[in-house]
Design a protein around this ligand. Structure first.
Ligand code: FMN
Length: 296
């Protein structure tokens, strides 16, 4: 592996690695106002939702590399410590990107990029009407570390478009189309085949509970082992025996014999298919069939 230390590489070069590796990052399209009420809109991907009670978001407008000056967002927050964070969808990506261009302080990027201002209810900065998730926030604290201005803010009101909600009023992740920032000019789109579910394991038996032949299988991947280790019970000996006597398993054995194939390989390939279909418990039974019992 290549090892790099920020102290020797320099912070700018290190940043290139970090933004490409800590990716994809969600994007806060942050709307703020200055003391005269002039509106500003800028995207920030040093951003996340980090606390539940109270609901806290953080984001970080760093100082400009060119002259170490504060960005308009950071300046506005010292005058009016309120922000609306708007989430970004694929349909908004080009206008969001344009809003990151360095317009003079006081220039309203909503107008520059063609987004629609929607009044907020509890804070002064406007919401982005095109965004399906908008968070009205009050800034609790800003903390400067080096060139970073970390903004810690509490969400006081959130708005969600009907288009992303299911019949129970919850966000349906298959109806969202969020976009996230990666390294350089790369972005990620979180929809279609790019999103998937992983059922939360209760208290899995663990990969270490699997026999060595399974843990070191040529065919099984780390994801396969993770699924098997997430099963809550190791099958009893009788269950494994009974499973081995099913027609399907007897047929598999026969196929291996006729094709002169090594039985464990056939069973592992079959288990892999079962894992793909989500039949994890049956996959484990299949993998345990060649295992000799200790009293045999
Ligand atoms: C997707 C995206 C994410 C960005 N994330 C950040 C960030 O986290 N911190 C930052 O300082 N600048 C970030 N930038 C650059 C700022 O948006 C840019 O400097 C902008 O001009 C700041 O605007 P302001 O001076 O009006 O606040 C990002 C740009 C893009 C396109």
């Amino acid at each position: 592996m290549k090892s790099v230390a920020p102290a020797t590489l320099g912070s700018r070069a290190f940043y290139k690695y970090m933004t490409a590796a800590v990716a994809p990052r969600p994007i806060a399209l942050a709307s703020t106002v200055d003391k005269y009420g002039r509106v500003n809109l800028s995207p920030f991907s040093f951003f996340n939702y980090v606390g539940i009670d109270p609901p806290i978001i953080v984001f970080s407008p760093g100082r400009r590399g060119r002259d170490n000056s504060y960005k308009d967002t950071a300046l506005n927050l010292t005058e009016v410590p309120e922000v609306v964070v708007n989430m970004v969808t694929f349909d908004m990506v080009q206008q969001m990107s344009l809003s990151s261009a360095e317009y003079e302080r006081g220039v309203n990027e909503f107008e520059k990029v063609g987004f629609t201002m929607l009044p907020a209810e509890q804070v002064k900065p406007p919401r982005v009407a095109e965004s399906p998730a908008q968070f009205e926030c009050k800034v609790l604290e800003t903390k400067e570390i080096g060139t970073m201005v970390l903004v810690i803010a509490e969400v006081v009101l959130a708005h969600f478009a009907e288009s992303i909600l299911d019949e129970n009023g919850q966000i349906d992740q298959t109806r969202t189309d969020w976009v996230a920032r990666m390294g350089g000019d790369w972005y990620a789109r979180a929809s279609g085949d790019a999103i998937f579910e992983v059922p939360r394991p209760q208290h899995g038996i663990g990969v270490d509970a699997l026999p060595e032949s399974v843990r070191h299988s040529k065919l099984l991947t780390g994801n396969d082992l993770g699924m098997l280790g997430g099963l809550t019970e190791f099958p009893a000996r009788e269950e494994i025996r009974a499973f081995g006597a099913t027609v399907a398993m007897l047929n598999l054995r026969e196929e291996a014999r006729l094709g002169c194939q090594y039985l464990p390989d056939v069973l592992h390939a079959h288990a892999k298919k079962l894992l793909k279909q989500g039949e994890t418990a049956t996959a484990l039974l299949t993998l345990l069939l060649p295992e000799p019992f200790s009293d045999e």
